[in-house]
Design a protein around this ligand. Structure first.
Ligand SMILES: Nc1ncnc2c1ncn2[C@@H]1O[C@H](COP(=O)(O)OP(=O)(O)OP(=O)(O)O)[C@@H](O)[C@H]1O
Length: 253
């Protein structure tokens, strides 16, 4: 059983005069992984960023329409973007640990959000997040080492632990494996599969194989529009739209 976590209604995104997203409406459910696919420049990342207001940080970007998180408009004046980004966390293409220790990378978010008041509480939060991100065993004896000293795959799991540490409801992932080798990629894909039990997960990926492996729903974007959205199996085996079929059969990319 799934239930809706995020709802977009008639969303347009502009960069200055240029319209990058055109009238997108979609429901994103809890307990599953939703993949956004489509050719380069179709607006996947732009739309993903609307879901936690990361576009606010881009000069000239404007979002029209509504995005609801549990029914609450995230663009309402009463919504604090910092608090929103704790509820809707993000993992980027390139692992980007802070220039701090492994421990501090994970403790940073909880601290600014007032979690983990005692040292023991914070240690527990950090251990839980690293365990959930599948990294604890590898780093438990070197928590004071720099996060940047880890391998690329470990750094990405550290970034996932950092997102998890503030107990988000949704995790947005923008091509989280594109900088990783196949083994590190497989590890992250396994992790995504485990994490979907606890969070709604949205992943932008260039890899149709990855979308097919990790997601239960797939949204196909083209030229800023959402062309087709459905069960991943259906999208890949029996697409309804010609443009989806052309994309998944490699006619353009
Ligand atoms: N900061 C920006 N300023 C102006 N235009 C932008 C900006 N970011 C993206 N765009 C434009 O918006 C459109 C959608 O870009 P976006 O990066 O969302 O696509 P994408 O599908 O994620 O592409 P890719 O798969 O190549 O990452 C493109 O035409 C892009 O050039």
């Amino acid at each position: 059983m799934t239930d809706t976590k995020l709802t977009a209604r008639n969303v347009d995104v502009f960069y200055g005069q240029k319209k990058a997203i055109n009238d997108v409406s979609i429901d994103i459910d809890n307990g599953i992984v939703t993949a956004f696919i489509g050719p380069s420049g179709c607006g996947k990342s732009t739309f993903l960023r609307t879901l936690n207001r990361m576009n606010d940080t881009i000069a000239g970007a404007r979002v029209d329409g509504e995005i609801l998180l549990d029914g609450e408009n995230i663009y309402a004046a009463s919504m604090d973007p910092v608090a929103l980004r704790a509820r809707v966390g993000m993992v980027f293409q390139k692992p980007n640990p802070f220039p701090k220790s492994i421990f501090e990378n994970v403790a940073y978010g909880p601290r600014i959000h007032g979690l983990g008041s005692s040292k023991a509480d914070m240690e527990q939060i950090v251990e839980r997040a690293l365990t959930k991100a599948g990294l604890w065993e590898e780093v438990k004896d070197r928590l004071t080492d720099a996060g940047t000293a880890l391998s690329g795959g470990q750094q990405q799991r550290l970034c996932i632990a950092r997102a998890i540490a503030v107990s988000p409801e949704v995790i947005l992932m923008d091509e989280p494996c594109s900088a990783l080798d196949p083994i590190a990629t497989a590890r992250i894909e396994e992790l995504i599969d485990e994490l979907k039990e606890s969070f709604a997960i949205v992943i932008v990926t260039h890899s149709m194989q990855q979308a097919a492996r990790v997601s239960q729903r797939t949204a196909f974007f083209h030229l800023g529009s959402l062309v087709e959205y459905g069960e991943t199996d259906q999208i890949f085996t029996n697409p309804r739209e010609v443009r989806t079929k052309d994309y998944i059969t490699g006619r353009y990319g």
